[in-house]
Design a protein around this ligand. Structure first.
Ligand code: FAD
Length: 382
């Protein structure tokens, strides 16, 4: 029998794992360091590999009501000229753009609906002899899911692992209420602007609310905080010569600066009675929009395995076999995507744009990621 699972962290992976376990009558408790469910306001994409699973655990309908469903992903040069596009939300597949605050809120409500418990103000500060401990007490735990994000203490304590590494990229992010600010004919779609050493992605995340994420190369990130208010002057100098409408809109927004870090996938996602899920296991650069999607896959996958298998070394191997190569592959491809997005040599830019416009390359580069059928993969192994 699977013992009660102690989940560390009430973010996307922890809450999804809690729901998946409770749906299988495996009890769980989540320990969260904050005093409430807290999530920054920022745009997020959820592709069909994640939304299919969210449908199976009964979360999708609630999410759809607060999300936007774009019909295309459009690639443009940094002045706004269209290069190519591909369709999303084809047939039954769901591709959502929304505020991550809304996503975490829906997951939390669903977890409570299933009888889940979150112990707030409970920062896990130590891990000894297979047991986690918060400030004043050791918690009696048999099975632990480390869902404590990129700075995971559990990963640091129980795995040979380097600290998070600065990726060499900074994100400027804005969310603003506005009526269709860019590309009047395609304002409801995802617009990707590719520029020298930088790119910008914009999309609606609900009724009259738009998200923009602007990525630029940077040699260092020295500030201690990961989320800082950015200065307009600095933003404008980072993106000078870009499309005027876009720059005017963004310069008039509240802009936050975010250093992008990564932590490479491990060789195994478990050690004794601890499993790592989500960013604690494989925090990656967000250029394919897959960090949360993979966190959802991890959580669903582990609950399915634990429902069917006793907790043995074989079970841990099954989880690794299903997750490690997929996560490593997407980790590498996410980083490579920046190289393609940020070409600065004019000849190579021309070549990239021609290839993107004549071949269905952009769609091809993500199709296998989005169409991944985790249930089919699980069936092959368990
Ligand atoms: C700029 C940017 C854009 C992104 N866009 C996308 C996107 O479009 N699509 C996508 O799929 N992904 C995207 N991602 C990635 C995504 O944000 C992460 O992969 C996702 O948040 C990981 O979820 P998580 O639950 O593993 O970790 P987190 O969201 O970091 O949650 C960790 C939780 O653990 C708690 N915690 C931490 N330490 C402790 C402790 N010691 N004790 C108790 N609690 C603790 C924290 O308070 C938090 O609640 C983006 C990331 C960035 C940086």
């Amino acid at each position: 029998m699977i013992p009660k699972v102690s989940i560390v962290g009430a973010g996307i992976s922890g809450l999804t794992a809690g729901i998946c376990l409770l749906k299988k009558n495996i009890p769980s408790v989540i320990y969260e360091r904050n005093s409430v469910i807290s999530e920054v306001s920022a745009g997020i994409n959820l592709s069909p590999n994640a939304t299919n699973l969210l449908q199976k655990i009964g979360v999708l309908e609630d999410l759809i009501s607060l999300s936007h469903q774009p019909s295309k992903v459009i690639f443009r040069d940094h002045k706004g000229k269209k290069i190519s596009s591909y369709r999303v939300n084809r047939g039954d597949e769901k591709y959502l753009t929304l505020n991550r605050k809304g996503l975490v809120g829906v997951l939390y409500d669903k977890y409570l609906e299933h009888g889940g418990e979150v112990v707030f103000n409970n920062k896990i500060e130590d891990f000894k002899k297979n047991d986690i401990a918060s400030k004043d007490k050791s918690l009696d735990t048999e099975l632990i899911f480390g869902c404590d994000g990129i700075n995971s203490l559990l990963r640091t304590k129980k795995f040979k692992s380097v600290p998070p590494l600065f990726s060499g990229f900074i994100a400027w992010r804005s969310i603003k209420e506005s009526s269709c600010p860019f590309e009047k004919n395609n304002g409801e779609d995802i617009n990707f602007y590719l520029g020298p050493n930088s790119h910008i992605v914009t999309y609606p995340i609900g009724e009259r609310t738009y998200s923009a994420t602007c990525i630029i190369k940077s040699s260092e990130w020295t500030e201690e905080s990961w989320i800082l208010r950015g200065s307009k002057g600095e933003f404008q100098s980072n993106f000078k010569d870009w499309n005027d409408d876009l720059l005017t809109y963004l310069s008039d927004s509240e802009l936050y600066k975010w250093g992008i870090f990564q932590r490479p996938p491990l060789e195994s996602f478990s050690n004794n009675n601890l499993f790592l899920l989500g960013d604690s296991a494989h925090a990656m650069v967000p250029f394919l929009g897959q960090g949360s999607c993979l966190a959802i896959e991890d959580s669903y996958c582990l609950a399915e395995i634990l429902e069917k298998k006793e907790l043995t070394d074989e079970t841990k191997k099954i989880f690794d076999d299903l997750r490690i190569s997929r996560c490593k592959n997407i980790y590498r491809r996410s980083f490579r995507q920046a190289k393609l997005n940020h070409i600065s040599n004019p000849l190579l830019t021309l070549l990239r744009n021609k290839l993107l416009s004549f071949l269905p390359l952009a769609d091809f580069m993500v199709r296998d990621i989005h169409s991944y059928d985790l249930d089919a993969e699980l069936k092959k192994i368990i």
